[in-house]
Design a binder for this molecule. Sequence first.
Ligand code: 5GP
Ligand code: MN
Length: 343
Amino acid sequence: MMTERTEISNSPEAGATATIVNRIRDEILHRQRFLLTSHARPDGDSIGSQLAMAYALESLGKQVRLVNADAAPEHYFEFPGVDRIEIAPRTGWVADALIVMECSDLTRTGVAGLDGHFIINIDHHAGNRMYGAINWFDESAAACGEMVFDIIQALGVPLSPEIATHIYLAILTDTGSFHHSNITPRTFEICRQAVEARLNPTIMARRVYDSNSFGKLKLIGALLDEMQLVDGGRLAVLRMDDAVLAACGCTQNDTEGIINLPLTAREIQAVVFFKMSANGDVRVSMRSKYDVDVRLVASEFGGAGHKNAAGFTVAGKLEDVQPRIVDRLVKAVDEGLETRPAE
Ligand code: 5GP
Ligand code: MN
């Protein structure tokens, strides 16, 4: 069942936002079976957005299945409902609607067999391809979880402890615990409401940020020990291969968050993290401060993300690809410094 496409994009005004949210609410209310998905290698915003939406739909008596290409990072396992997410490279289940969160196009899900659905596309990444029957894209949202919150409110579903937990998880992680740009009064208003609903921010911070294994601490030590500084210390370069992972007794999942650590040094304006994968590809993650635009760099190499957090995958040997990427980042850092706000 296809209906007319609706598109709202990029920093919409309040009236336009209300219109699209009401449209999504209406499409949800007259449907029964929902499939929810997000991007491959899900992060806190993907998991939180998916599960907040799932609990809200179920409170309305809807049938919900969740499918992702990859498992959540281990420290999210104990959050409610994470064990319900099916991990599969494809799905044959056809729902009345597919809600895709956090994906600029359908291939970002890493799950095959999704086409043909009535798709509701909810995203805050620049470059969304508007592939849904309804497309709500708002780059001004600090997390996709903020957008999901709006939909839950429009549906008239109160914040249960589970919903509050997942909305807060999405916002806490996608703002880098309230570090990145895009944090607005609305971000805190949503968090305020989550705390009203008995969400405990201390427990959340401990569970998300203070649940490392000893192996991960060793890995952090090993990677920081090998960190290279370029551009007068303004750009940090981290590199990792399977050997260092194995030496520390870690898996790829343990790498989450490590990229943010160099940014705690005052001088460092951007970080690039090169991960060598077994199939020979190089996975490149970038983080930055203020106006250093790593999304622009990612887009030039076929990736995407946000101004301060972006990534891409590139084929080739690290030795061959690294210099080009580092040079491009030095340029981004220098350009960003020119527009850096006063601290
Ligand atoms: P991470 O470095 O944590 O993998 O990704 C940082 C941000 O960039 C996230 O918002 C993520 O969605 C986006 N991103 C990273 N890699 C890719 C990619 O290969 N393609 C797209 N479309 N987005 C990416
Ligand atoms: Mn996000």
